[in-house]
Design a protein around this ligand. Structure first.
Ligand code: GLV
Ligand code: MN
Length: 195
């Protein structure tokens, strides 16, 4: 989904003081092999949180070598029963492969149709750009997946935190009217996300 690159590479210069749509390129004289390799997805993420899952990012902010190349990758770890809650990526289609465990992967279309499947290690999924999706560990043990994106910075709109843990927070009257529940339900949900 990103624009085509205009050169072989443009390793992001994270110290640049100018701001553009993307990141400026580090001078070629300073580019080394290290810029094109990334070890950040080797480690299992800490899943001790309300969702029992964690996303380890491998986008342009962590891996400057992917700047302008229109790709990036995440690792998602799950405790038993853990969920990567419903979210969407405004700038990318996602394709993933389950590396370990058993995941229920589902998404909902703009016509409100739900598609899902339980996947085991080695099986792949695809989430069309912008659609709300989730993964849930439905196996006995831990699980993890690697997810690739056709953007160097896919972005993530995470439904629960977007709605219930924004800064400042969305007024309760908006959420009670939206979900047709009482104030205390909204307060209870907000409190779970530290809002
Ligand atoms: C998984 O859905 C991810 O966005 O990393
Ligand atoms: Mn995703």
């Amino acid at each position: 989904a990103d624009p085509d690159p205009l050169q072989d590479f443009c390793v992001a210069d994270r110290n640049a003081t100018i701001s553009v749509n993307g990141f400026p390129c580090k001078p070629i004289s300073q580019v080394t092999s290290e810029d094109f390799f990334f070890s950040g997805l080797m480690k299992e993420g800490n899943t001790s949180n309300v969702f029992g899952s964690t996303v380890t990012l491998g986008n342009v902010l962590e891996f400057p070598g992917v700047n302008t190349l229109g790709i990036s990758m995440n690792r998602v770890d799950f405790a038993p029963g853990g969920i990567n809650p419903p979210h969407s990526h405004p700038r990318a289609t996602e394709s993933g492969v389950v590396i370990q465990g058993k995941l229920l992967v589902g998404f909902v279309t703009t016509n409100n149709v739900y598609y899902s499947k339980v996947l085991s290690a080695g099986q792949m999924f695809v989430i069309p750009r912008g659609l709300v999706h989730f993964q849930r560990n439905v196996g006995e043990g831990k699980a993890f997946t690697l997810a690739a994106f056709n953007s160097h910075l896919p972005g993530a709109v995470v439904a629960p935190t977007t709605l219930f843990a924004s800064t400042p927070s969305i007024p309760n009257e908006v959420l009670t009217q939206t979900f047709q529940v009482k104030d205390e339900v909204i307060n209870s949900i907000k409190s779970k996300f530290g809002a």
